[in-house]
Write a protein that binds this ligand. Sequence first.
Ligand code: BGC
Length: 947
Amino acid sequence: MALPGTGIQAAIFDMDGVITRTAHLHAAAWKDTFDDFLRRRAPDGQSWRPFDAHADYLAYVDGKPRRDGVRSFLGARAIDLPEEEVDALAKAKDRQFERQLREQGVQTFASTIALVRELRRQGVKTGVVTSSRHGREILHAADIASLFDVALDGIYLDELALKGKPDPAMYLHAARELDVAAARAMVVEDAVAGVEAGRRGAFGLVVGVDRGGNAAALRQGGADIVVQDLAELGIAQLQAAFLAHREEAGWCIEEKGFDRVRERQMESLFCIGNGYMGIRGALDSPLPASQADLFIAGIYSCKHADLPYSEIEFLAPERGAALYAELVPLPFPFCLAIAVEGEPVDFAGAYGRELRRVLDMRRGVLHLEAAFETPGGRRTVVRSRRCASLLDPHLLLQEALVTPENHWGKVTLGTCLVAADLAVSHPHLQCLEHAVEDDLELVRYLTQASDFEICIVSRVRQEFRMLRRLVSVFTSRDHAEPRAAALAHAQTLDWNRFEAHFAGSAKKWTEFWSRADIRVPGHPSVEQALRFGSYHLRLPAGADDCVSIGARTLSGRAYEGHVFWDTEIFMLPFYLHVEPRWARNLLLYRHRTLDGARRRARKLGYRGACFAWESTVTGDDVTPTKILLKSTGKEIPIFTGSQQIHVTADIAYAVWRYWEATRDEDFLTGPGADLLFETARFWMSRVTLVGPRWHIQGVVGPDEYHHDVNDNAYTNWMARFNLERAAWLAQHRGVNAAEAQEWRELARTLYVPLPDHEGVIEQFAGFFALEDYPLAAEARLKAPISRLFDWDKMNRLKLLKQADVLMLPLLFPEAFTDEVVAANYRYYEPLTDHGSSLSPAVHAAIAARIGLQDDAERYWQQSLWLDLSNAMDNSMLGVHAAAMGGTWQALVFGFLGVRFDEEGPRLDACAAARLPDEWHRLGMKLAYRGRLHAVKVARTPARKEKQ
Ligand code: BGC
């Protein structure tokens, strides 16, 4: 039984066919009316097709307001009547019904009446909604009017000018009258139009009552449960179904409606993927302005200057000889062309009416449902689902079902793999081959300059109005002969296993969730948003240790697919404690790109390895040296490529964290040692002796508003850590003794800014002396372009783009007292504009630690909803994976204060008290040293609980 207050609060019933047995009276009245009309209309002596009191009744008129019913049935018979005649038929039906009612009386379903009584006993409010103008009369005639707190009938609905079912207006109005949110109310219906209304109104539970042969249609229309009679359902079952429905909703991201302007943002949010590739969540028939890209991990090519850099307004110039400067967007592999009687139905044209996207994160499947209305009021619904198999990384699956709702018009379904405007939309690609034969389509591309070959093969099967498609994707990165591999793969796929392919992938997702899911009972939307982050962090993770994860994963074009410190510092802890082998692969990628890092060190005039600020295939730095404003061509110099060197120590830090959490000795003494030693060598050569101490000069710290600064606290601290760990490891392994001694000595004598008399650590030499900048509250969480233009002026201001000093207590929680952490938060937080999505989560973590609960929750919520709310107005170029990893860390290391000892994770003594307000429990798992540890927190009784 559900907890009091958590279950269904109201039940709203349809009348005819659910409460009363008037359906047969209605059916008979419709039949008399239509048959009379059809007979009169038929040319003399000719036969005519009568109204089918079962099939036609269910398909066209059941549950609908009378006039809608007339139009719907006539539409199906391709009969167009003027309004007065439609009206006359509706009135005739009404007269027929009154006659039937007089002659036969009203009977009720005893099981329904029993359920209504039981619900009322349990305190659940009840209502009845019917399109029938005789609703009240019938309730009184049956003597059941007193069983309903609200009764809305056709007369009332007309007065309010509410739209009839399947529009949810009537049910929503009833819920409002009952003073219960739709999400807490259930709808009980026997008509497809009615269950659709319930679903479209986002009711907490929709029960379909199948009085004969209608179960599948009710289910398809959106019923959560279908019964033949309500005698089959007790209250306990209803409550359980309601909670299950709520639970399921927490696994889905749903977006209703179509908004051309937001389409690209939707494409990012609804992305699917499997580590090998990511496909943006474009509509089955993308708009011309869509960015319906397919990205394949590791497939980069030379830069195309007309593709964006970090923001849509920015362009980055071509970078000469860099072969792997940009992640390659490939054409959409799910494209469908659907036409009804020759009219293309898509949202680019004029016929799109309704749209619903549901991302099922539990199973990694994207569902789309689109309704179109073509001339003559012909309504056609296209339902589709697609997934990138988690079981077979080369496989994509798609299914589409077209339902003409009120017509028999001809529907055609076509597929195509290639983009018409390839040169413009996918400029890196040269099409080598495109062939179509029987059910098979093949396309082969070559990427310019980088010479990767990609082969995509699609097989399509169409049965009546259902289309199924299996897509195989191979590249020369994974196979010597991608064409042969894709063909062989496509041929081995068995159509009979189509459903099994979906199921196999879903099973893999279940395994992932069994490790990654975070439960916050009573807070389904928080769980949902957390899942959204974990889902998107799962998409780019994979088995390939030659690739890493770009700032916007495989979900969009921003930052050209480049890999930043985001991966090691913001995302990696998530992987480390969910599926450590993914963290290992990310570090192996850095190991494989050591040569590039060595080249960068040489290029900058140093030794060892200096990792690229922005990295792709080889590890060579691909950061642009300037960006251009698209509208004016104005240039902004970029200093990060040559000065943001902390990424080198960030990687060393991640190596150490990985080893601490896994004790993977093979890794540490192999690739880990190479990484630690080569990075330590870099720092040895990068420092400058001034007086008795060594300094690191001319850098950009995490706060990118200041360049060419000396002794950035974060950089120096990280470099020292890097040197210390390298020295420790060398000694531990008995290698490089002389060098280890030098590393240790440098770590000891490297200048690292300490807290001043007020506990504040100076961000870099001279920061305290900069000019004050009054930062307005509304100027936060934006990265105004003007700031970037004023790069020179910014250097002189006390204004931060993102957490810099505050990164240190996040990464080294034990190194600072709470007082010092608080002093730094109080000093730097008001100076920070959070122009980077990485910033809010760090502030949340630190605020939580020092007990600033309001700040902590506000920042955490900002970070949690960053993409779903499009807070930075740039989610259209891909989701912000670092913010997602940061949100996870702020929860685990900030609110819960998790630290690890030999046994596993330990919660901070204040963890329960620090939980965001109104949370009463939290449960999750953390992988640590070969085991998955359960972490559970319950709110201390001192704080109020909300159910
Ligand atoms: C941030 C960097 C980050 C990059 C990629 C920039 O705006 O300042 O810290 O690495 O975005 O996400």
